[in-house]
Write a protein that binds this ligand. Sequence first.
Ligand SMILES: [Zn+2]
Length: 647
Amino acid sequence: MSLGDGTDRVVFVDTIALSTYLVAFVVGPLEATDPIDVDGVPVRIIHPPGRADQTAFALEVAAHSLRWLADWYGISVPGGKVDLVALPDFAFGAMENLGCITFREVLLLVDPESADQRELESVAAVISHELAHLWFGDLVTMRWWNGIWLNEAFATFMEMKAVEAWRPDWDIWAGFGASRAAALDVDALASTRPIEYPVVTPADAESMFDLLTYEKGAGVVRMLEQFLGEEVFRDGVRLYLSAHLGGNTDNEDLWTALEEASGQPVGDLMHSWIFQGGFPVVEGTVVGDTCTLVQRRFRYDGAADDSLWQVPMRIRTTRGEHRLLLGDSPVVLELDGPLVTLNAGADGFYRSEVDVPPDPTRLTAIERAMSVDDRWAATLGGRHDPASFSGFVEAFTGDPDLAVWQAVLRGLYTIDLVAPGRHLTTAAEASGLLGGIVDRLGWEPSESEGDRTRQLRGILLVAAGTLADDPAVIAEARRRWSANASSDPAVDGAVVAIVTSHGDSADRAECRRRFGAAETSQEEQRHLRALALFPGITEVEALLDEVHQATVRTQDAPFLIRSLLAHPHHRALVWRNLVDHWEDMEDRLPSNSIARMLEGIRALGADVDPDVDRFLDDNPVPQGALTVAQHRERRHVNLRLGNRLSG
Ligand SMILES: [Zn+2]
């Protein structure tokens, strides 16, 4: 309403009872799509002008997830309307403000024709995550910030269930294996933390938004759901929501409801996972028809530790599945057939070691991925010679699954990262492992191929063209780059990564031009990330200049620096540059991104700078102190790995 004096009055309807952190106002030159009707709730995408053609995918996901979530929770959509808003520069991924959910552009606007499966999945997952919060977080919220982890863990868990229901062919839980591996990686450090801890200061609360809250939290919730059974778990959540609608809760209230629904000691079980850091490795010793199970804490530093968990285990033999809770004492399990896995479905947030090698033909894709990942983690922990990893994964080289190859490549890339001096050996090993499947998949997807196989082709081509330095793959990528012809989105992405990893100044100019001319956020991000891949010092310096002159957005700069710190040839230069510009970057970059940027220090060998630790002692990051401590400890794990590889 115009007030006639050059100002307008905007009147809002009353909201439901709401926490103040969920209220947002967005002002700017934005356009809105026409609302679509989702069972009486109008849903719109709000976007920068001219981007309406990239909103259909988000609307489709939102419509599906809202209906699916309302049905799962047994409560209709809260809030009366849902606006999903794309913001041009946003330090967070997205935020679940009631009725006005905000996103980074790249996590909402997308052209399904030119985006690959990973990009589409991340859009679908983030939208579903925020929508899941409308019930779990907005309608019922935590009493105090110590409970925020459960909001986030639960929404992360629900995002996957909603996307699983929408696109079962994406095998979303196999994809979650990579996120869980990242959480297990941090949680194997002495400097990990309990999922829940007392929150006193704003920095305490800000520190909670990390991998352990989202990915470990979601992993533990998933483990509980699979142990209790999906329907029993859902019934418990419904009990909890209906008992506390419009109110505040402690996490204990959810465990109580789940105990009521399941008759299981959920509170006792969850306490060991929530109030102590770390996780166990379950060791199985098979003698005849019995398997003896014991647990100990899994730590990379190998230090003695008497922490124990209530481990809800699903064990599979060739005959069937067995569920048991492993506690303080060893358990002797009578086997009804040969043991297949101690972590069926790979849903347990633990690692396992058995004295018989895994049989890939009896494992599901996600179990095969977990088996490779368990081996790699044990290698980082010093239990296997790192040079034997490529031999171990030979049993998986015919594998057709994306998650398995992601696990294999995580190990190989890390070896290359920490021991750049043995690059030729690593490249030859990678070449031997990848050759067969790269030839078999070729460059062009067949009509009948699923999205995950297309994605697999993309990551394998990148590995063949960068890790294995396959001349034929590099030549073909270059041919496609010069022709600038688009084929499959995952192949297009691979071409950019391969060419820039070997590119010169002319290629950089072209990559920069394509970044500037990009018509979608995904295409823009692809070329932006690639600017950090050029091998030459001139190109590295050019990107550092762009960061300092703010010609790249502050939401992106920390991730470029993180990537540059792992540069194959110029890490030392990048680190010195970071040290020189430290105060400016602390001032200018989003506060929550500094600790994430420093993840890059994991790549800094002792030769780069003997004083990395001293610099970080002198320049603490209060809002991310623990995360930085974890990067520092993880760097030392890499230093030990590098020494073992070159020793
Ligand atoms: Zn969230």
